[in-house]
Design a protein around this ligand. Structure first.
Ligand SMILES: [Zn+2]
Length: 185
C-alpha cells in the first residue's frame, strides 16, 4: 500500500510516496558484511520521516491544478520541473498547500511571511494566492492574471514569455472554469 510521507528534516521536507524512498545499504552493517537496507529521503538522505494524510482534492482544487498544468505547458513552463508539475491541495482544516515542483516540499499558502521551499518569485506567489482564494472562497481569476503584458505588449509578458507564448497560454487558460468568463483573452 502506498503511503504519503514527508521528510522530517526541517531544511528539506520532501514529500512523496514511500515507494519513492531511496534504498541504501546501512554502512553500520556493511562493516560486518551484513546486508541491511535503509529507506531514506531521496532528496536529503534523512532516515526520519512521518506519514502524511492523503491530500483533499475538491472540484475547485482540480480547477486550480488545471490552470497550473496549462501554465506548465507554455512559454517558460513555470511549475514544471523535468516533468514534475506543482499541485495544490487542501488539508482537513481547509488550508491550502502547494507542492513545489522543484523542492518537492509542501508550501503553506496561508502564511504571510517568506515561503521557504517555494522557488518562484513574488509574481507567481501572488498568482498562487489568487488560486488559493479561488479554492477557499470561489473567487474566480481575471484572465489578466495570466502572463500579464509589459507596458509595451510588443515586449511580451512580465513572466518573460514572448508575445506568442503569452497569447497561447492566455487562450488555453481562458477555457478553464477557474477563469472569469466573458472577458477577452
Ligand atoms: Zn529530506
Amino acid at each position: 500500500m502506498s503511503q504519503r510521507i514527508e521528510c522530517s528534516r526541517r531544511t528539506c521536507r520532501w514529500t512523496g510516496e514511500n515507494s519513492e524512498l531511496s534504498k541504501v545499504l546501512d554502512p553500520k552493517y556493511s562493516a560486518k558484511s551484513l546486508t541491511v537496507y535503509n529507506y531514506v529521503c531521496p532528496k536529503c538522505g534523512s532516515k526520519s520521516y512521518y506519514e502524511l494524510p492523503e491530500p483533499i482534492i475538491t472540484e475547485r482544487v482540480e480547477h486550480a491544478n488545471a490552470l497550473i498544468k496549462v501554465i506548465s505547458e507554455h512559454g517558460r513552463k513555470f511549475f514544471d520541473h523535468k516533468g514534475t508539475i506543482a499541485t495544490l491541495e487542501l488539508d482537513k482544516n481547509g488550508k491550502v498547500w502547494l507542492i513545489d515542483e522543484y523542492t518537492k516540499a509542501r508550501v503553506y499558502t496561508q502564511y504571510n511571511g517568506t515561503w521557504r521551499r517555494f522557488h518562484h518569485g513574488g509574481t507567481l506567489r501572488d498568482l498562487v494566492c489568487a488560486m488559493r482564494d479561488y479554492i477557499t472562497k470561489g473567487k474566480k481569476l481575471s484572465i489578466e492574471w495570466i502572463a500579464p503584458a509589459r507596458c509595451n505588449p510588443e515586449n511580451g509578458s512580465i513572466w518573460g514569455y514572448d508575445k506568442e507564448a503569452a497569447a497561447a497560454v492566455r487562450a488555453a487558460a481562458a477555457q478553464l472554469p477557474i477563469i472569469e468568463q466573458g472577458e477577452q483573452a
